[in-house]
Design a protein around this ligand. Sequence first.
Ligand code: TUI
Length: 312
Amino acid sequence: MQTEISRLLGIEYPIIQGGMAWVAEHHLAAAVSEAGGLGLIGAANAPADWVREQIREAKKLTDKPFGVNIMLMSPYADEVAKVVAEEGIKVVTTGAGNPEKYMELWKGAGMKVIPVVASVALAKRMERSGADAVVAEGCESGGHIGESTTMTLVPQVADAVKIPVIAAGGIADGRGVAAAFMLGAKGVQMGTCFVVTDEAQVHDNYKERILKAKDIDTKVTGRSTGHPIRTLRNEMTKKYMALEEQGASFEELEYLTLGGLRNAVVDGDVKNGSVMAGQIAGMVKERMSCKALIEKLVRETDALVKGTGLYE
Ligand code: TUI
């Protein structure tokens, strides 16, 4: 399953684990990389020292390449941007913004830079600034999302740029991976299906909520504040919708979703917390190791793609 992306990153399979806030810590990232994909540590809103520590811990668990995802709205983004270069990280992905101001630093350090984009315009701009690839993330994804679906975004981005495109949003089995290749992607990034893996340090209530989710169980809060976030519906989303209708303040609304992610992931408060997950949660029904998941994805994809020449 070699593509431009697996070759660019020096990995076995072009399968990337999303840099999910509170979820993508060193155990998960190392397990994905050990299994032949690319694991990511999600810097999210964490201080730079936490990120440095996570990088050092991941290095103890794997010699294979892994990356760091930098959430650009983080108050610590500037510091984290320096830490990843200092620690010799080979691949950085970014989300929720435009990473242009860090490009010189990262390219100078010999790093591969892969911004997550939700539009053709940002994809083109990233290519001009020297990005090595982009992740085109459709709004099927969990967490902070854009407007377009994966089905519409991926081919439009693939047509607009020469650098390889990685598809994200709504992928959790070989059919999704093969479909992404059909749309012009050279790799995939997945989040929700990695949350329920054995290595994910996530409260069991959170994993169970994903495993029990049905197709229509996600909601998007924050469209009115300009920060749309996809989560599984619960008391929090109900309260959010009610507050939104009453014209609550931006801060009040933001606190409800973003503050609640830690409560859900760490404490298992899946009623009032923020249970970020993608629309594909309804199809994620089995717990397994990262190795078993990646082997299953590769096996299923191979069976569908064989003979089509799509891997070349
Ligand atoms: O970033 C994500 N997903 C996330 S981040 C997150 S935690 C969070 N914390 C505080 C505030 C908001 C979120 C939970 N989930 N995915 C990557 C992604 N990036 N999706 C969409 C975008 C995006 C959207 C607009 C990237 C760039 C953009 O425009 C940038 C510009 O300046 O043009």
